[in-house]
Design a protein around this ligand. Sequence first.
Ligand code: G3P
Length: 217
Amino acid sequence: MKFFVDTADVKEIRELNDLGLLDGVTTNPSLILKSGGKIEDVTREICEMVDGPVSAEVTATEYSEMMREARALAKIADNVCIKVPLTLDGLKACRAIRSEGRLVNVTLCFSANQALLAAKAGASFISPFIGRLDDMNIDGMELISEIRTIYDNYDFNTEILAASIRTANHVKQAAMLGADVATVPPATLKALVKHPLTDKGLEAFLADWAKTGQKIG
Ligand code: G3P
């Protein structure tokens, strides 16, 4: 499973990238707002830092304007992945941007049929929003499972990018169901390493080691 980080916070991205944890980054208009920077500047800085795809989202809702924005975003760096919403205009833009040789992430997916349409439009990634479905008492993981089955039935190459991840358990479940990628908020990504028995075990080893009076090397 690939790990993307779901943030536009350059400092957080640098830290996770230096740890070797990142295969890519996803941003959205809300995350750009939170970063306080200009979309072009923030995206450029992230793209220079991270080798993998960096999703930057168009904000137009009409096809021609989406294409204008997509081309402007594509100019920022070779690893910009254009993010488009799951609408009819978004799907049309997806097909066109793919034909221009760019990666496309189709976002705001809440149903298996939407994911099927995105795959047929040649999407590189489909982003089902797990947490937002869970918020409505609908099992977000069931959607991941449905999309996996459909994509496997027809050998679609579109990668399932589990988004709106809120917990470490979401990451585990998405991995078990065969999602190709998880885009995870920085704190949740770092929390994956935590286990109280690891901390307790390490503490005991270090205490015993101190008693030996030894030093390695
Ligand atoms: O990047 C899209 C998605 O991950 C947003 O998550 O927490 O705002 O539902 P959230």
